[in-house]
Design a protein around this ligand. Structure first.
Ligand SMILES: [Zn+2]
Length: 336
């Protein structure tokens, strides 16, 4: 079995000639296998979609029930035959429902990790290393400068600021799928039990997480009418990152603009986003997690995609692991 007959990069995304399906296609295809619900991986309009039940629910919440011609939910760890291939989904530790997809035929196994991280996340199952011949890794933060601090330390900064500025609204920019729920759940685990206020764009997915068993505690809509500024004084308000520097943010009393993202490592990004309180909290593997994962899985070959491909390819070569960049387009880092 040649690897390009099992899985190969195409303009529409990874395609399996042997199984006749795409993984996370960037355009509409007859048969799509989807790793997770972020919009650059999970798009509407495919003929059929195979994904975890949670990912299917997330897609339905975002695109409506008719987001695909047909859907089928997979069980993690259960192998199924597709075309001439065997396909198994494994947890990726990225967001609720996220999965790596292992594709196998004639003794050759390729694992497409999708997005993943190795840090603890109370809102999803942890990443499972799957032995394979070829490991397809993401590269969002694949530069040595990206070393994410411990998540608890970053959350501690938010708690310290809340204590220091009890009258100011802490306006936390967080991506609406994954990051928002992780921030809320981490606040709860740290003992924060006050209501947390949500921008309208957050509500649907927070409800879905709760229905899937991720308890988020008391939540309330951040609906502050002009002149009613007292409501959110000293409170945590979660909103999409794009809102923290916008008009919407000005309704809150003396807000502390915060942003929970791996990009907050970069000072220029902090300034661009108008952030006073940067929280370096990422749902992607950092440099150390990427290299440690490749070392742990020890595949014969690594394919590197979406992000800073060259540095990780170079690292693999120096470590004696065959590696290539896939140069696929259409995967943004908006979800971080
Ligand atoms: Zn993602």
């Amino acid at each position: 079995m040649r690897s390009e007959d099992l899985l190969r990069p195409t303009p529409a995304g990874l395609y399996s000639p042997a199984g006749d399906f795409h993984i996370d296609p960037t355009r509409a295809v007859p048969r799509a296998l989807i790793t997770h619900g972020h919009s650059d991986h999970a798009r509407a309009g495919h003929g059929s979609v195979l994904a975890t039940r949670e990912t299917l629910r997330i897609m339905a919440a975002r695109y409506g029930d008719a987001f695909a011609g047909a859907t089928q939910a997979v069980t993690l760890g259960e192998t199924m035959a597709i075309g001439g291939t065997s396909v198994t989904f494994h947890p990726a530790g990225h967001v609720l429902g996220s999965a790596q997809i292992a594709v196998e035929k004639d003794g050759l196994r390729i694992v497409a990790s999708g997005d993943y991280k190795r840090r603890a996340d109370p809102t999803c199952l942890p990443f499972v290393p799957v032995p394979c011949d070829i490991f397809i890794t993401e590269a969002t933060f694949a530069l040595p400068v990206f070393r994410h601090p411990p998540p608890e330390a970053e959350l501690g900064k938010l708690l310290a600021s809340l204590a220091q500025f009890p009258e100011r609204t802490h306006l936390v920019g967080a991506y609406s799928l994954g990051k928002a729920q992780r921030v809320i759940r981490m606040l709860r685990d740290a003992g924060y039990d006050k209501p947390i206020y949500l921008h309208g764009a957050m509500e649907k997915l927070c409800r879905l997480y709760e229905e899937e068993g991720v308890a988020l505690g008391p939540l309330a809509p951040a609906m502050v009418a002009a002149g009613a500024k007292g409501d959110c004084a000293g409170a945590v308000v979660l909103c999409p990152p794009s809102e923290i520097a916008e008009r919407w943010a000005r309704r809150f009393p003396d807000p502390v603009p915060a942003f929970a993202s791996g990009w907050m490592r970069i000072r220029q990004r902090q300034k661009q986003a108008g952030v006073e309180l940067p929280l370096i909290l990422s749902d992607h593997a950092d440099w150390d997690e990427l290299t440690a994962t490749i070392t742990e899985i020890a595949p014969a070959e690594v394919w590197v995609t979406h992000g800073r491909e060259e540095a990780l390819v170079r690292w693999c070569e120096l470590a004696g692991v065959k590696a290539r960049p896939l140069h696929m387009v259409g995967y943004e880092d908006e979800a971080e």
